[in-house]
Design a protein around this ligand. Sequence first.
Ligand SMILES: Nc1ncnc2c1ncn2[C@@H]1O[C@H](COP(=O)(O)OP(=O)(O)O)[C@@H](O)[C@H]1O
Ligand SMILES: [Mg+2]
Length: 204
Amino acid sequence: MKVKKLLKKGAESEIYLIEWYGHDAVSKIRLSKKYRHHYIDLILRKQRTLHEANIISSAKIIGVETPFIYFLNSNNFEIIMEYIHGNILKDNFSPEYCVELGKIVGKLHFYNIIHGDITTSNFILVPQNRLVVIDFGLSFFSERLEDKAADIRLFKEILNSIHVEHFETSFENFLLGYAEVYGKRSLKIFNTVNEIEQRGRYSR
Ligand SMILES: Nc1ncnc2c1ncn2[C@@H]1O[C@H](COP(=O)(O)OP(=O)(O)O)[C@@H](O)[C@H]1O
Ligand SMILES: [Mg+2]
């Protein structure tokens, strides 16, 4: 394994571009948190590394494009995965892509996978306008409407702050794609999104 460069250093993890048996790959290493007790920190990082790899694979099984996991080294808090060649959606944004994005999130939710961080930085645009989902670091399994609604609500906020000039069409497209995949019961979830927003307004 050869490290080529550091792609990103966040609060939770470091992402390296590496060479893995002659191919580009990504190594995601979960970082320690100084404020945690040392043993708790080791246990949590190990659990979360396993959990993230598990959800990346679960999403792939239901037909959502995610990076292939090449290697899991939970003792080192490391996931080695396929490097997705493309640009993050944020840098190449257009409202049309939101239909596909909505379909992806609808499918994840249909199978009770809550991504937890639906931002345009966590989708990579690849040839033929396909989107690959990354960063399942905050993901979890849940059947609850509220959890699905909160996932959508976060994305709505992202659109409204980062892509605000295309907000209306983008969000409509997202809902269209979502409803197409999730079906009639998506209405209940959309209503819950509105309820959460109302609550936010009254508590201000
Ligand atoms: N499999 C991958 N292929 C290509 N780029 C990736 C991959 N995983 C992560 N990246 C790049 O690294 C950035 C951070 O990775 P991410 O998993 O989102 O970590 P974080 O939890 O720090 O947001 C992404 O926005 C993307 O640019
Ligand atoms: Mg991310």
